[in-house]
Design a protein around this ligand. Structure first.
Ligand code: NAD
Length: 417
């Protein structure tokens, strides 16, 4: 039976995941109640002048889950289906993701209800600057530091950083991460989420004694996370046997040519790769392989399709791609799920590196960024495996246990509980 609207509500899903760890840790009720709600949420309505001279009012949000461990950190999403509950959930997931890789941040997330693909370049710039101005009252390098997320780019981060700097009257590169390098962006940030995910895939394959050249990978979503993961994993000689974006799926059991797929996407769409390889976008998830990497949106794997997943492991590059019901089905079928708060933590880790470089007025070489990222991801992977063994828990709960414990300690140390 399909999940109800409540069962698909990302905020309620996040609460369920955190509550499970809180119960195992026997957290005092006051601490659990505190961490199940964002500390601060801003709802904004702001006008944007369109190219035809009319004015449209857009709705946007920014949620800050907690500042117990440091400033809030997390992306801004532009999407027609953005909701306040989604942004709240994403801010909570960010807190626990930062905890898994041991970053001194709490979680934040923002979103604007819009379809960026229907806006001109000028409209997109005015919308981005208007959002940054409206949210500026709660943003800042020591308060809350945004970054890119779905349908937002380094260019958009550059516009937002410029707006925040103009409002302050001086340059504040550390106010935003994921910026163009010329504005203080970090080398390696554009590929960081996928690079971090690759380290996790590599560790998983090593544990399973599968040589990368024999590994068959299925990837849903062909944007920053999915496309870069496909490119990096094909460079590692893995076979990418299926990919998809919101419109098209492609399958080739002998391995797709990812460079050709990127060229097709840039030239107008994945369908240009060749009609003989095309499948329904929804069916890509169900292709046979060793590892499935969901890299699109929440709730991609539900009770409706979890029975049909044919990969042996799901490594979550997207945030919240698997519903709790689907988690249960996958577990009963022996499919291992490596959770989002570990698998996609590379993005926020390099965002942290970018912030550190900005506040110390330094610039690291790409090799330094990559080796620091690799260490954090591999340490976190093994810490989560160890926590799973110690508590007899699945990997998602194990990852939450690490993070919730750290947050509890900070809350207690501050005297809040
Ligand atoms: P993006 O906008 O660059 O790409 C999203 C991709 O998903 C696009 O290719 C789009 O066509 C595809 N898509 C949308 N709906 C789909 C569907 N129903 N089926 C198949 N494909 C679909 O976004 P992104 O930055 O790559 O983010 C993807 C996921 O990764 C999100 O969950 C995001 O929160 C998460 N994430 C991103 C980062 C980052 O640094 N960009 C970091 C951590 C997590």
């Amino acid at each position: 039976m399909a999940e109800s609207a409540d069962e698909l509500n990302p905020y309620l899903i996040a609460c369920k995941q955190i509550s499970r760890a809180a119960e195992i840790l026997k957290l005092p009720r006051s601490v659990t109640e505190f961490i199940l709600r964002p500390r601060r949420v801003l709802i904004m309505n702001f006008p944007v002048r369109m190219d035809d001279g009319s004015v449209r009012v857009f709705e946007g949000f920014r949620a800050q889950h907690t500042d117990a461990l440091g400033p809030a950190k997390g992306g801004i999403r532009f999407h027609p289906n953005v909701t306040l509950d989604e942004v709240k959930a994403l801010s909570m997931w960010m807190t626990f993701k930062c905890g898994v890789v041991d970053l001194p941040f709490g979680g934040g997330k923002g979103g604007v209800v819009c379809d960026p693909r229907s806006l001109s370049h000028g409209e997109l710039e005015r919308l981005s600057r208007a959002y940054a101005e409206a949210a500026s009252v709660i943003l800042g390098p020591e308060i809350d530091i945004p970054a890119p997320d779905v349908y937002t780019t380094p260019e958009i981060m550059g516009w937002m950083m410029d707006t925040l700097s103009r409002l302050r009257g001086y340059n504040v590169p550390s106010a935003i991460t994921g910026k163009p390098i010329v504005l203080g962006g970090s080398k390696g940030r554009d590929r960081a989420t996928a690079q971090g995910c690759l380290y996790i895939v590599r560790e998983y394959l090593r544990d399973r004694k599968i040589e990368p050249a024999n590994a068959r990978i299925v990837i849903q979503g062909f944007g920053n996370a999915g496309r870069t993961a496909a490119t990096l994993l094909s460079e590692l000689e893995c076979k990418i046997v299926a990919i998809s974006d919101s419109k098209t799926g492609l399958q080739d059991p002998t391995g797709l040519n990812i460079q050709k797929a990127c060229e097709a996407k840039d030239a107008g769409g994945l369908h240009l790769y060749g009609s003989g390889f095309m499948i329904d976008s929804k069916l890509a998830l169900q292709c046979e392989g060793d590892v499935l990497i969901p890299a699109a949106l929440e709730n991609s794997i539900t009770s409706e399709n979890a029975h049909h997943i044919q990969c042996k492991a799901v490594i979550e590059a997207a945030n919240g791609p698997t519903t709790p019901e689907a988690d249960k089905i996958l577990s009963s079928r022996g499919v291992q799920v490596i959770p989002d708060i570990l698998a996609n933590a590379g993005g926020v880790t390099v965002s942290y590196f970018e912030w550190v470089q900005n506040v110390t007025h330094s610039a690291w070489e790409e090799t330094e960024v990559a080796s620091r990222l690799e260490k954090r991801m591999i340490d976190a992977y093994h810490a989560v495996q160890k926590s799973a063994r110690a508590h007899g828990a699945d990997l998602r709960t194990a990852a939450y246990l690490i993070s919730v414990e750290r947050l509890r300690d900070a809350i207690v140390a501050r005297g809040w509980a």
